[in-house]
Design a protein around this ligand. Structure first.
Ligand SMILES: C[S@@+](CC[C@H](N)C(=O)[O-])C[C@H]1O[C@@H](n2cnc3c(N)ncnc32)[C@H](O)[C@@H]1O
Length: 286
């Protein structure tokens, strides 16, 4: 029988081989790495080439900020549901710095989490075959040391989401990352989109991290995040979550995160019909 340390070494070796094969068979990944190393590359180009830590966050916050700029909205809110150790939220902070510097749009960042890790799954729709209670427990002290500018909203989203706008005078929401894993948690988190329309940009960029997943996760719209999205749309007439169709074809370097991007359309927002096609995306290279 193999020892535990032997099994771990083997798994590490297998993972390394897999990574190297993926890198060699996808030359675009090498481009990304090369672009990442280029000093002084403007944010617009970093977003275009995914040459940045936290590419989906960068795409979502940058696109939201461009929309706000075109609509002359000075500040936006960016949220992450599911913070854990904070890798995503820390990346969002760096992106917020760059957006403020380069586009002149202020970005306020919030992170929601229950602290003790994944709660007890409620039923099969939470995919207990893929996730288990207690995973991703947060070290709150360590997380606070890593964060510079975010507000943490701690507690079960079932309690924190309904009271969020009463307690926070946040600018219009422009970007939300949903990374709570479960159907039940995502369903509660989506209530953040059920407040008066002035709380949002006309179109809120939404990233759902758990719609593709690993090889052994089988996502579809009867379980997990995709079910929560389907039910949200069924409940609303004037607010709809729509997948960005074919996003991978619009990207210079397609990636699997492209599959998880939706936009929440607020048809009843007074600015929904304002023309924004002249958003200045063609930024100079230097
Ligand atoms: C996959 S982790 C998030 C990872 C994180 N986005 C990152 O960048 O590392 C999922 C998180 O969702 C949180 N979570 C799940 N259900 C929740 C709920 N009902 N309320 C609040 N947080 C919840 C868990 O505590 C866990 O930290």
């Amino acid at each position: 029988m193999a020892s535990n340390s032997g099994t771990a070494t083997r798994a590490g070796f297998d993972g390394l081989v897999e990574k190297l094969v993926k890198l060699a068979s996808t030359p675009s990944k090498l481009f990304k790495l090369a672009f990442r190393m280029l000093p002084g590359l403007p944010l617009g180009w970093r977003v275009r080439f995914d040459a940045i830590q936290g590419a989906p966050y960068a795409y979502g916050i940058y696109k939201a900020a461009l929309q706000a700029k075109a609509l002359e909205i000075p500040n936006i809110t960016a949220m992450e549901f599911g913070v854990a150790g904070g890798n995503g939220l820390v990346a969002m902070e760096h992106i917020a710095d760059a957006v403020e510097r380069e586009l002149g749009v202020g970005v306020r960042t919030y992170g929601f989490d229950i602290v003790e890790g994944l709660p007890m799954p409620r039923d099969y729709r939470d995919l207990p075959y893929a996730w288990s209670q207690g995973s991703y427990k947060m070290d709150e002290k360590r997380l606070r040391e890593r964060l510079r500018r975010s507000t943490l909203v701690l507690g079960d989203v079932r309690d924190t989401v309904p009271e969020f706008f009463d307690k926070n005078d946040s600018p219009p929401v422009g970007f939300i990352s949903f990374d709570l894993d479960y159907y039940s948690s995502t369903k509660e988190a989506l209530r953040i989109l059920e407040h008066p329309t002035e709380r949002y940009l006309p179109r809120v960029l939404c990233y759902f991290d758990d719609t593709l997943g690993h090889d052994d996760e089988y996502h579809f719209d009867e379980v997990g995040e995709l079910l929560a999205i389907k039910e949200f749309n069924a409940r609303h007439e004037q607010v709809k979550l729509g997948k960005i169709n074919g996003l991978r074809y619009k990207r210079c370097i397609p990636d699997q995160w492209n599959e998880g991007f939706f936009v929440c359309h607020f048809f009843n927002n007074p600015l929904y019909n304002a023309h924004v096609s002249r958003i200045p995306t063609e930024l100079p290279l230097v």
